[in-house]
Design a protein around this ligand. Structure first.
Ligand code: SF4
Length: 222
């Protein structure tokens, strides 16, 4: 799988840099690992993630947080990464921010949480809830891309700036792109604020609610 290959290649280049190399005449083809295929079922993919040690986040995690929900969901939420509660339970969005996300799903979309799919950019908790580094996000990204390929959601809502940036490679602040409907390969992407941000800034909830209503209207047309 191309994305995983690129992630492994990037990891090797970071390693060379840490060892003091500033230039290398090693070409990508020299570094090319055996083709690595990710499994074609969510169950097997989750097992792969559970045993993953591709980046440093594996050293401090207690549990990997693969994601959960309807494997055929039309709507998928993508957040940044697990927090402390998620790290101890192995489930995404189960802390205070998760409770707010659940209320948003139930009260605005009138769906049950089990009817959508919820995942993160990185599957292991960054220590102290810091933002994942570009290396960590790029290394873990192939798992998320495979989840998207298998679930085939029609709409993806990114939660917060980090999820939007790492999924799209677009640096535009989330405050400027939230609520936009962005056509992507096979799905519509709608960025909104992260529930943690909404807990700290309750006045922004109104805007997030507007974004969710847009999603609800789109879901009704699918
Ligand atoms: S964050 Fe992703 S790439 Fe890093 S160890 Fe966890 S599962 Fe592997």
């Amino acid at each position: 799988m191309r994305n995983l290959h690129n992630a492994l290649l990037l990891k090797q280049l970071y390693l060379l840099r840490e060892l003091g190399y500033r230039y290398t005449d090693v070409t990508p083809s020299d570094l090319e690992p055996d083709p690595v295929e990710l499994p074609d079922t969510l169950e097997s993919l989750e097992k792969t993630v559970t045993n993953c040690h591709l980046c440093d986040l594996s050293k401090s995690r207690h549990k990997t947080v693969f994601g959960e929900g309807d494997p055929h969901a039309k709507l998928m939420f993508v957040g940044e990464g697990p927090g402390a509660t998620e790290d101890s339970t192995g489930r995404p969005f189960v802390g205070r921010a998760g409770e707010l996300l659940t209320r948003m799903i139930e009260n605005v979309l009138h769906l049950r949480r089990e009817q959508v799919y919820i995942a993160n950019i990185v599957k292991c908790r960054p220590p102290g809830n810091r933002v994942p580094t570009p290396e960590e996000a790029l290394t873990c990204r192939p798992y998320l891309m495979k989840q998207i390929e298998l679930i085939r959601p029609r709409i993806i809502m990114t939660l917060g700036g980090t999820a939007y940036r790492y999924l799209t490679n677009d640096e535009t602040p989330v405050s400027r792109v939230r609520g936009h409907i962005i056509r992507s390969e096979g799905y519509l992407l709608i960025p909104t604020f992260h529930p943690s941000y909404l807990l700290r800034n309750p006045s922004a909830k109104k805007l997030a609610w507007e974004d969710l209503i847009k999603v609800k209207e789109l879901l009704n047309t699918l």
